[in-house]
Design a protein around this ligand. Structure first.
Ligand code: UTP
Length: 502
């Protein structure tokens, strides 16, 4: 721990002396805690951090229209546009890599989930499925099943290690939750939780925000904090030790995420890619998602705010959007690429500005909950490493099958617990129908079959299939063909065994 004098000097030269304005009012214990916190700050970089934040917040978003072009088709794979044979070749390749213990998954779970507004990590959220499962449980069960699928196919027992990046906000509750739930049946030594760094939030005039008299308002450094955290926590070494060569990185909030998706992994591996992005077709030109494209010849995600509406609306000869590759934060990286990023490129990653409401104490030390945004949080983004890739590929998947994020609280029109729950139930209704089942509504009337994903995300009935029974709709025919199923219907392992025995 640094001395008070040393901290005072550093804060002064960074123009941040106000940080200690309540020092004389703090108890001995609070002083010690605060000094500890301040000692862990990058005090030498603090001046630049604060000035950089105000500069970045004041500068208008770049306009990239003149310099962008779509990713050329030869670097794009697509579920919709590929034949069955290619898809199954990629899947086999992916399963082979998984069976050889070469694939890991990495969850980005350090965010604060402010839009959802719960006081616990988003992964612990229960969206109201009939089973009551949380996002973490669904993901754990998918890992379990993909290990089984790959192992069965290749006659080996294999492991997909689960790396979980947390932050100061999410580490302790996530650890506790996993422990209480017995790691959802996974082997605890194959779950590696680690913490990303935190950085101070700053006012519009470049002052570190005090959240309490002896506490700085700190925020995680964005999901691009991953690359520092991989080094800080020796995660790349852990991957090397386990022989993990490929990593599937994803966000906590996508209820449909296909953990270690063998088709995606297989596609990227067979193309010799070092970095890949899963995308979905943009729903409409104005959808506020980043687009994977090229800027001056280099792969990049361009934010909706960085291009003009006219560019977003451009269409090709078949009427399709030219910039349609919506980024869904589902990435493939080789370990070698991550190593290069960590060693050579991390410092070059772009800083993004998020303007947020940050609770603070006023000059009298009274806590204030701002009603409008008052602070700047600087963040790095996980996708900003794309420009450093030497062989970058894109893989387009079907939104209704793979992407439904939980961002907002119920009541919002999009990306809420209800929309996430509905997407999953609609998908499971499709799987059951495709396997030959007839679903009955709550009055006992047969529902018309819905096998097409274009039928939308409103589930005709409550039908939930455990990821322990089926990972992507496979293996259901022997259980469900020709059956008439009253709903709500939950197909868990126990029910699957009963159906098998009948
Ligand atoms: P979001 O951008 O949706 O942010 O994160 P968020 O913090 O979850 O939610 P809001 O904006 O406060 O409502 C996308 C993914 O990146 C992770 C999140 O946990 C989520 O999986 N993330 C975000 C991190 O791991 N670290 C961060 O610093 C920020």
């Amino acid at each position: 721990m640094l001395s008070l004098e040393r901290v005072e000097r550093s804060l002064e030269s960074a123009g941040q002396s106000h940080v200690l304005q309540f020092w004389s009012e703090l108890s001995e214990e609070d002083r010690e805690g605060f000094l500890q916190e301040l000692s862990q700050l990058d005090l030498d970089g603090l001046k630049e951090h604060c000035e950089g934040a105000t500069r970045a917040a004041a500068s208008p978003p770049a306009s990239l229209d003149q310099n962008i072009e779509p990713v050329p088709p030869e670097f794009i794979g697509s579920v919709r546009r590929s034949d069955k044979r290619s898809l199954s070749e990629w899947e086999n390749e992916g399963l082979l890599q998984i069976s050889g213990n070469q694939v890991g998954v990495l969850l980005l779970a350090g965010g604060q989930g402010t839009r959802l507004g719960v006081q616990y990590p988003k992964g612990m959220y229960n969206v109201g499925l009939p089973s009551g499962k949380t996002l973490y449980q669904i993901q754990a069960e998918r890992i379990h099943n993909i290990q089984e699928l790959a192992g069965r196919k290749h006659g080996s027992k294999c492991t997909v290690p689960w790396y979980i990046m947390t932050s100061e906000f999410t580490l302790a509750p996530t650890e506790k939750f996993f422990k209480e739930n017995n790691y959802f049946g996974l082997e605890p030594s194959n779950i590696v939780m680690f913490e990303q760094r935190m950085i101070p939030a700053v006012t519009f005039d470049g002052k570190v925000i005090l959240q309490g008299k002896g506490k700085i308002a700190m925020a995680p450094d964005g999901n691009g904090g991953l690359y520092k955290a991989l080094v800080d926590n020796k995660v790349l070494e852990d991957m090397k030790k386990r022989g993990v060569e490929y990593l599937h990185v994803y966000c906590v909030d996508n209820i449909l995420v296909k953990m270690a998706d063998p088709v995606f992994i297989g596609f990227c591996v067979s193309k010799g890619a070092d970095c890949g992005a899963k995308v979905v077709e943009k729903a409409c030109p104005a959808e506020p998602v980043g687009v994977v494209c090229r800027v001056q010849g280099v792969a990049q995600v361009v934010e909706y705010s960085e291009i003009q509406p006219e560019t977003a609306e451009l269409r090709g000869p078949g009427g399709e959007l030219v910039y349609s590759a919506g980024n869904i934060c589902n990435h493939f990286f080789t370990r070698a690429f991550l190593h290069d990023v960590a060693e050579k490129f991390e410092a070059q990653l772009k800083q993004h500005v998020a303007i947020k409401k940050v609770p603070f104490v006023d000059t009298c030390g009274n806590p204030v909950k701002p009603t409008k945004p008052n602070g700047i949080k600087m963040e790095k983004f996980v996708f900003d490493v794309f420009p450093f890739s030497r062989s970058f590929v894109v893989f387009e998947v079907v939104r209704g099958d793979e992407f439904s994020p939980l961002k907002n609280a119920d009541g919002a029109a999009t990306d809420s617990p209800t929309t996430a729950r509905n997407s999953l139930l609609a998908q499971h209704c499709r799987w059951a129908t495709a396997a030959g089942a007839t679903l009955l509504d709550e009055h006992g009337n047969a529902l018309p079959p819905t096998t097409s994903v274009s039928a939308g995300n409103n589930p005709p009935a409550q039908c939930e299939i455990s990821p322990l029974v089926s990972y992507f709709g496979e293996g259901l025919e022997p259980l469900l063909k020709g059956r008439t199923l009253p709903t709500p219907f939950i197909l868990d392992e126990k029910r699957a065994k009963e159906l098998q025995a009948q």
